[in-house]
Design a protein. Structure first.
Length: 261
């Protein structure tokens, strides 16, 4: 409900303030008295178009401010729009600066202006849901809120699925890749323990120089047949026992012989 309307420097209007009473209000007057300018001012405040020719002659700024009561929350809302001769706008909702687009969007639920042929807007299907919501708001709100919550969850799950699995083309690409990889594994005819065996061979190849050097040292020391040479052979084998358990066992056996001696 509109409580007050303040207009300044629009057309022939210098400055006026109008207090509206509850119920039905009627504005009457002679032709040219400014009745249309009051409606125009409301349309300007609703985010409508404004041309600088509407600014009162000799002035630089036009200003419209309105106080309304929200029918749902019963809170008072102050809305204003200021326009200068350069076309710059200053729009506010309860003192907070907003764009003309934001003001227009907000005013959609606050103000509804009807003129000649405006009944044709009823044919606009985009307005039907708004009209239905207004008519049965108290009964529909609970169901609409539940639907909105479930719809948001549906969108979240849909986005999560799309992120994890991608679109149809991406899914097909992944399937083809997995089929190709599976076919390669089957053609390789792998056997149990083969991977460990290959890893063992790989380790030997990568450490071939280290193996050769330390095995040669161990062999030479063993051939010397002395306590110190056995200890040297043990140390040489310890350097390569992580490559193959065979060398670890040999190292342990030599240690046992060393301690026995």
């Amino acid at each position: 409900m509109i409580n007050t309307l303040h207009i300044k420097n629009i057309g022939i209007i210098d400055e006026i303030s109008i207090d509206f009473n509850k119920g039905f209000n009627v504005l009457t007057g002679e032709t040219g008295a400014g009745k249309t300018l009051i409606i125009d001012s409301l349309e300007i405040l609703a985010g409508g178009r404004f041309c600088k020719e509407m600014i009162r002659k000799g002035e630089d700024i036009s200003f419209v401010e309105m106080s309304v009561t929200d029918n749902k929350t019963k809170e008072e809302i102050i809305l204003s729009r200021e326009i200068n001769v350069n076309g710059k706008n200053l729009c506010k909702i309860n003192g907070r600066m907003v764009t003309v687009k934001e003001l227009k969007s907000f005013m959609t639920s606050i103000l509804d202006i009807h003129g000649q042929h405006d009944n044709q807007s009823l044919l606009n299907t985009n307005l039907h849901i708004q009209l239905l919501d207004k008519f049965a708001w108290s009964e529909l709100k609970e169901y609409r809120d539940k639907y909105s919550e479930q719809y948001r969850e549906y969108k979240r799950l849909k986005e999560e699925i799309a992120k994890n699995y991608g679109d149809e083309k991406e899914k097909q690409r992944k399937i083809d890749l997995l089929k190709y990889q599976l076919n390669e594994i089957e053609e390789a005819n792998l056997k149990n323990g083969e991977e460990e065996e290959l890893e063992e061979k790989k380790k030997k190849i990568l450490n071939s120089e280290k193996l050769s050097k330390n095995l040669q040292i161990a062999e030479n020391e063993i051939l010397n047949v002395s306590v110190d040479s056995i200890l040297s052979a043990v140390k040489a084998l310890e350097k390569i026992e992580d490559i193959n358990s065979l060398y670890s066992d040999a190292s342990k056996n030599l240690k046992s012989i060393y301690y026995d001696l």
